[in-house]
Design a protein around this ligand. Sequence first.
Ligand code: PEP
Length: 247
Amino acid sequence: MISGHPIIVANWKMNTSLADAIIIASSVRKALEEMHHVEVVLCPEYIWLYPVKEELSKFPLSNLKIGAQNISQFDNGSYTGEVSAQMIKNLVQFVILGHSERVDNFGEDEETTNKKIKLALDHGIHPIVCVGERTKSETSVTFVINKLKRILKSISNEEYQNVLIAYEPVWAIGTDKEAESDYVDEVAKKIKEKLSDDLKILYGGSVSSDNASNYLTHRHVDGLLVGRASLKTREFIEICSLANGGV
Ligand code: PEP
């Protein structure tokens, strides 16, 4: 079940050592003891999912969850190096899917992302579906809506309430050129209008503690997907705290 509180997702990508992962996770957990109006999802590298889960299980908090950064488009079988939804369903509640880095570096196409979304849902994992235009133009919103319609093909309206969309303009990821918050709110509003009000919409792209509040104050933005800033423990906790403050 996804809560009604702002959702802050940390995408650590392939950056942490085991020691880093444990330190960040335990520090965030400690800080969240005082925060009851925000839901946080930590997405470590596959190999650290289990140790991070073990660490967090020592003092479980209902608003601190774990997510994976990818799953296979297959459920099981001869797929060397792959990890399936079925294998991690007891470890994670969320999974990031369709990230532009998977598209750019591993050639993931829309059909594959669609298969992964369905497998995640079949196994009770909430997909965090990334979508965003490469360059901003007058047709960006239409591009985003049409792309979402394709990658969410055959997902039922009922299932939408288990799906999060991360609106991540590709030009804003890892660039320090964050999107304007009014524009993000407009895109989020259109996605809800055209697809479903049940979808939660996160914004991602160069989020920091300096700009997080700008997005969180907007009505149609339900949370944030944070890359680089999620690796800086103090900064990430500050972002969670801004979200918790009902800004
Ligand atoms: C991301 O990779 O999804 C992301 C939003 O990264 P950053 O916050 O570093 O721009």
